[in-house]
Ligand binder design. Structure first.
Ligand SMILES: NC(=O)c1ccc[n+]([C@@H]2O[C@H](COP(=O)([O-])OP(=O)(O)OC[C@H]3O[C@@H](n4cnc5c(N)ncnc54)[C@H](OP(=O)(O)O)[C@@H]3O)[C@@H](O)[C@H]2O)c1
Length: 282
């Protein structure tokens, strides 16, 4: 690969950010695409975000990923937002275009791209467990992709209701809230069940409160948890004959989308998936 004196630089800003696998995936994909680019992982506390974004501008970084706790706080520091990022009120990917910083959200787009390998969400009835950042991003993109109904299942009513109102009023998709108490019984008309909570993160035995007997074999069951990828929910769903999607697909597809946003080049998704599995030792 030709080496230039100055490389193009993108980065990830978050805290805590150690152990984030994106740098490993991106750098393998840059090499495979013949691009002399660099991806830095940078630990930035909340009270230094403004300085950090000023630094990105000053040093001409081509773009950045923003992760916890910066996804919302970064918005006033940007010049414009994509329609989806505006609806979600959160940004995880920024592209520099000349002197302007443009905010996008690839969380939900990565999920929908992964889901499309099994089914087209258009016209489908979807139940989402959780109402945090991941659930919000996924729900908005599924609504924009033509889902017929989105049922939000959440333990905290206020947060769940905020998401339902956003979906009904702004995204214009039919949505209702189920207050999550005890095991959720998946209604017979649901086509796709998504765990978008943090239950299962770092714990392969953690039980998502769902009545396993209601997992019909026509259901697609997806989990956003990627470490470990074979969560208890995914194993239970497979045991019931459901088609399943682990969280690795969402993560890889987000990286694929971010790579294209920054470089204009389509990366090799296989290179990224292999890099992710190597990084996570799975
Ligand atoms: N695969 C990927 O590419 C990808 C991308 C983004 C995020 N993620 C993963 O997605 C997960 C969620 O991230 P986030 O940013 O959405 O987090 P978040 O904003 O903190 O939201 C977490 C959600 O999980 C719910 N929850 C947590 N523990 C629960 C429990 N014991 N019972 C019922 N509900 C529970 C919370 O409910 P309440 O509202 O009631 O508190 C909330 O709705 C994280 O584990 C993250 O690693 C994966």
């Amino acid at each position: 690969m030709p080496h230039q004196a100055l490389q193009e630089i993108v980065c990830c800003l978050g805290q805590p950010v150690a152990g984030n696998p994106t740098q490993y995936m991106m750098e393998k994909a840059f090499v495979a695409a013949g691009l002399d680019w660099r991806y830095l992982t940078l630990e930035v506390p909340a009270d230094k975000l403004t300085d950090a974004v000023r630094g990105l501008r000053a040093m001409g970084f081509r773009g950045a990923n923003f992760t916890i706790p910066h996804k919302v706080a970064v918005i006033p520091l940007l010049d414009s937002l994509s329609p989806a990022a505006e609806l979600m009120g959160a940004v995880n990917c920024v592209k520099r275009d000349g002197a302007k910083l443009l905010g996008e959200n690839t969380d939900g787009k990565g999920f929908v791209q992964s889901l499309r390998s099994l089914l087209d969400p258009s016209g489908k009835r979807i139940a989402i467990l959780g109402s945090g950042g991941a659930a919000r991003a996924i729900a908005v993109e599924l609504g924009l992709s033509g889902a017929a109904e989105i049922v939000i299942v959440n333990r905290t009513v206020g947060r769940g209701q905020d998401l339902v109102s956003l979906l009904n009023d702004k995204v214009k998709v039919n949505s209702r809230l189920v207050h999550w108490k005890g095991d959720f019984e998946v209604p017979a008309e649901i086509d796709v069940l998504i765990n978008a909570t943090s239950i299962g993160l770092g714990d392969a035995q953690a039980q998502v409160p769902v009545d396993v007997a209601t997992l019909r074999n026509e259901l697609v069951v997806a989990d956003v948890i990627f470490n470990p990828p074979r969560t208890k929910l995914i194993r239970d769903a497979e045991g019931r004959g459901c088609r399943t999607l682990d969280g690795l697909g969402m993560l890889v597809n987000q990286a694929v989308i971010g790579f294209k946003i920054w470089t204009g080049v389509d990366p090799d998704p296989e290179v990224m998936r292999d890099a992710l599995e190597e990084f996570l030792n799975i």
